[in-house]
Design a protein around this ligand. Structure first.
Ligand code: AMP
Ligand code: MG
Length: 355
């Protein structure tokens, strides 16, 4: 298995004013059908030339990604959407004015020439213009649209720095551009504009509250709600997989702050008595759990942006520590906290305790 290792080239690049050399080298490799990992303002992406079906296939192979999970097409400007989407509805234009470049992915009707490997055979395509200077510079240098899922092994927490990328994909990709930590820390918001009403399929960097200001009304796919067991599954194929998960079993505890803390202390005591190593995912403004477990804080709960920025690194940290079980404090399900809770619940594979 995986005997076809290649030499992954590591290149440091200035995140604000990226040097032309690395961008051109990355662009050349993309154009020739290679894989390049690069920072975006959400998480690190693993890019391939959209128009090269074999290059796109390599993404699925390197990540071990299920083939029915479509990719987001990244562009450096709106003009690049010609030939990718059938038309840009008024609402999409307005959203692009407001949020592009930035962490908003829009689903539109796809042109026939978009390879079905990218769309997983759907008649729609997901498009986004990232704001990270390295991402933009690389896409411009490539001169082609770039398909890019997160640069991790499928199912693992998304990478928010180049070390995470190498931990998962060293030897399987051509280049990683290291532009320091990604910004937002959770993936883009996926908004479906190809259906009867605008619908958030995946919460992310842009909140439903922000979208409402432009669209007036916006729905949220019921499949995003905790404990969803409805008919048909989510409309975003990728949302059905256990995702973002560390190796240790994760349990999320949700409810009032004090009740959650009491439950965590209680559970940690029980599991430790069974001889297990217990990790606790909490926040800098939470109570001190260090007497009952090995604590990794992810930002401050009062400021959900900081939680989003540190969440995946914290989940990966538990793997490095080698804990057997992680107890995670829930945060408020509002603003970007909605994306945080979505990822935590998925990482827990539905193991949620309400108190
Ligand atoms: P990732 O690139 O791993 O962050 O995942 C991209 C997300 O966008 C996944 O949840 C996909 O299922 C979703 N997605 C991409 N294209 C489409 C599409 N045409 N329709 C619905 N969801 C999509
Ligand atoms: Mg991903």
């Amino acid at each position: 298995m995986r005997e076809n290792r290649i030499n992954t080239k590591y290149i440091k690049v200035n995140p604000e004013f990226p040097e032309a050399g690395p961008l051109e080298e990355g662009g050349r490799v993309l154009r020739r059908g290679g894989l390049v990992a690069f920072p975006t303002e959400t998480v690190y992406g693993l890019g391939a030339n959209v128009l090269d079906g074999r290059a796109v296939a390599k993404i699925f192979e390197a990540k071990g990604r299920p083939p029915d999970n479509p990719l987001i097409v990244h562009v450096a400007g709106r003009e690049a959407l010609d030939g990718l989407v059938k038309g840009i509805p008024r609402a999409a234009e307005e959203l692009m004015d407001a949020f592009w470049p930035g962490p908003l992915t829009i689903i539109l009707q796809a042109c026939e020439k978009v390879p079905s490997r990218v769309t997983a055979g759907l008649d729609t395509v997901a498009v986004r213009m990232p704001s990270h200077p390295v991402a933009l510079g690389l896409i411009r240098a490539a001169g082609v649209p770039v398909a890019a899922p997160s640069a991790n092994t499928s199912g693992r927490p998304s990478p928010t720095n180049a070390r995470h990328v190498l931990n998962d994909l060293d030897g399987r990709i051509d280049i990683v551009l290291d532009g320091g930590p990604a910004g937002v820390g959770v993936e883009s918001t996926v908004l479906d504009l190809a259906g009867p009403e605008p619908l958030v399929l995946r919460p992310g960097g842009i909140t439903p509250e922000e979208l409402k200001k432009i669209l007036g009304a916006v729905g949220v796919d019921p499949a995003v709600r905790p404990g969803f067991k409805g008919e048909g599954g989510p409309r975003s194929p990728g949302m059905k997989y256990t995702h973002y998960a560390p190796r240790a079993r994760l349990l999320v505890v949700e409810g009032g702050e004090e009740a959650v803390a009491a439950k965590i202390v209680d559970l940690a005591g029980k599991y430790r008595a069974e001889g297990r190593r217990v990790g606790i995912l909490s926040y800098r403004d939470s109570m001190d759990f260090s007497p009952v477990g090995e604590v990794v804080p992810a930002g401050c709960r009062a400021n959900p942006e900081t939680v989003a920025a540190e969440l995946y690194a914290a989940l990966r940290r538990f793997d490095e520590m080698g804990v057997d079980l992680i107890l995670a404090e829930g945060v408020e399900d509002r603003g970007v906290g909605m994306a945080v809770m979505d990822r935590l619940r998925k990482a827990a594979g539905g193991r949620i305790i309400y108190v």
